[in-house]
Every structure is written in C-alpha cells, then in structure tokens.
Design a protein. Sequence first.
Length: 258
Amino acid sequence: MKVLVTGGRGFIGAHVCEALDELGHAAVPLGRADGDLAEPGVAASLLARHEPDAVVHLAAVMPGDDRIAENAPVAGLVAAATHERGIPLFHGSTTSIYSDDTPYADSKRESEELVGEATILRFHFPYGPGQRRGAIPTMLRQARAGEPIVVYRGWERSFCFVRDEAAAVALLVDRGERGEWDIGSEDDLRTLHDVARICCAAAGADESLIDVTEPPEGPALVLRGLDTDRLRTLGWRPEVALEDGIARTMRWLESSAA
C-alpha cells in the first residue's frame, strides 16, 4: 500500500514513514518543498501525482508560529481532496483538544471538525529524536550547556517515545481502522522535576542545574485517563521506557550538533 504522509519529513512524520515501511508499505513523505498545502488545488495535485492508497496528514504549524491559523483550512483542503477521490484519510491531532485553551489546541479542534469521516490520531506528549521543541529536548539542551533547567513544582506528564506512537499510527493505517484514537502512554506519570533529573543524568550534568519554581496561577495542565484500551486490544504497547528514550534523544542531539 502506498501511503502519502504530509509532514513526512517532520518530527512525528519521519518516524511514521519508517514504521509504515517496516510493515511493508511504501511511505511517501511530503514537506513544504513539495507544495504549499494552504494553496487551493495543491493537495489534489499531489494526490493525482502520487496516487496513494491512503493519506496520513501530519503537516501542521506548531505553537509559537504566526501561521497557526492555517492548520484548520489546510486540513479541510486535504480532507476535501481525499474525499473526492475516495482515499482514506488519517488526520493528526492532539490530546490537547481535551483541556488546553491555546491557539494551537483551538486550531486542532477546528481541524477535526473539517476532516469529516477521517480517522483521528490524537498524539499525547510524544518525544524523541527529531524533536526540535518541547520539554524534553529543551531540558537536554540546557543540561548539556550547563544552563538552568526551570520546572514547575507539581506538574506531571506521561510522555511516550515517538517511535512507539509512530508504530501505533502504522498499525491503524495497516488495518484501515476508523474512528478517534488517543495515541500515547497514560501509565507512566512523572513530575517534570523527575524528568529533569533523568535529562541531567543522560547529559552527564549536575542536578543542581534544576530550578523548581511555583507554577503560574490556574490549574496544572495534567491529562489523565487516556482511552488507549482499543489500541492495546490491537496488540500495541509502548515499548521504550522514559529513561531509555531520553538517552536515545540525547544521543540524537549530540550527533545532530556534531
């Protein structure tokens, strides 16, 4: 099966392409250089050129980018093009839609509304090689540079190694599953202070770099009780422990900086 992956050269997309290839599919990664999906007609043109059997839409503008409002209309254009050709669409979203009040979460809520019958892939705190922004790569860079690592007291996260999340996507595509799916780990909750300690160990840095400070006013952003039961009934399990995953991410950071 040929699978077109928008954002296929990005953080999650690159791992999804590898996971699809390992299952015997032909993943075709697309990036902005292949065409601006925000322009009408580009998605349809790419589908006509590559003739895929399925599309995984992971291209998205991330938090902090002024173009974040493009996420929803781009998703709508991709969905319309796949619907017109009867091609299954797997749309990348986030569990942030459940609780976060941010422009990024809003853009993903609107995106989900525009993709119709697409299979929804809601990623939950992925990390790993290839990630340029996020809590774990930021902590690792700070530890490596001997800079202060500021973490909020009491805040907790259950991170999931990106390769495990990519394997879940490949499994869902391979089986042609429909519906909405939470993709991540809900059973390894750690405080950000603990995560910072692991990052210091991976970087060979002293834990005295960690500065535990009081969080901003308002509720701590902690999401519990993901619905991963259906994924697990398909045989999927997170395989990479946090300590191992952070060590792998550290090695990637070191090699990419060399």
